[in-house]
Design a protein around this ligand. Sequence first.
Ligand code: TXA
Ligand code: MG
Length: 349
Amino acid sequence: MSADCQHPPLDLPAIKAAARLLEQGRLVAFPTETVYGLGADAENPAAVARIFEAKGRPSDHPLIVHLSPQADLARWAADIPDEARRLIAVFWPGPLTLILKRAAGIPDAVSGGQDTIGLRCPSHPVALALLREFRQGQGGIAGPSANRFGHVSPTTAQHVREEFGESHPLIGCILEGGQSEVGIESTIIDLSRLSSHGPVLLRPGRLSAQEIGDVLGCAVALPDRAAPRASGTLDAHYAPATALALVPGDQLAQVLQELIAKGRRVALMHHSALPADAVSRAILATIRMQDEPAPYAHDLYARLRTLDHAGAELIVVETPPASSGWEAVNDRLRRSAFDSVGVLSRLLA
Ligand code: TXA
Ligand code: MG
């Protein structure tokens, strides 16, 4: 077991107080095993509206509803296919979000007007305790990642404070829960269009399409144009303020050399060895990542935040391997980088 899995004892008074704040319609930031969430009572449209206001997120973007393991799924989803039950039995609590047909009584606000709903039961002990305490375990906590729209997601309570300030008028409290173990957002599987499309992967995460397909006994389709809107699937997302460019390992030395020769202020994130030379010394900040996808994902957002503060014009990231297991890391980095070619040609002009 890694040190991250050994959570400190639960601060139950703080968790109970947070549950009461949620019941009063306030926002609460809380840890999950993927990233920190900014929670509101999913059945209170005014509370849900505060999430969009605090994040600066367009209100037609649907939110994930977090449920306790005891929750009555039928209250949230109109149809619970056998595929959903099988995935829930294997992967909940855990980093898997299921998109299902929305139940009639669930407010429009939470699903951005779509007829579906994203549901997930997180495994972080603080999130589980909060969900058990909130509305006696029968409520749902709508919760996007606790960052401003488009920014890098938070994996510590301190990151949430960096996003929203020490005391934000809309946020009742920020629950502490250490560093998120997974470090990137949940895998999202759409089961709302099974008869026409089968299961569809909307966002890759720690749980791979392969692992999910193995449980379902069929292949999981990759995202298609007809997929429901998902803000985490916009081309530009998860971005630090500093421009970010992905550069393949075999071009890294040359690109860095050219940038330094142009007098550009560069920060670097890489995972393979770099020659220690004059170019490396001219780089403002260098972070070497692990060369396995799970520890890389665990560190990714925190390291991007560190490099974002290095005073660089550009964060160069060595393109991670394309091999299996790296899909989620590559997905997030592609969206953070968005326009690597354009950024590089501007800085090298
Ligand atoms: O790991 C996670 O999923 C984290 C933690 C806090 O649980 N939450 C998270 O939420 O990443 P957010 O809002 O940052 O990303 C949720 C993604 C968005 O891309 C959203 O559009 C998509 O889920 N989503 C939510 N409900 C959906 C629905 N009904 N149909 C399609 N996509 C949906
Ligand atoms: Mg997000």
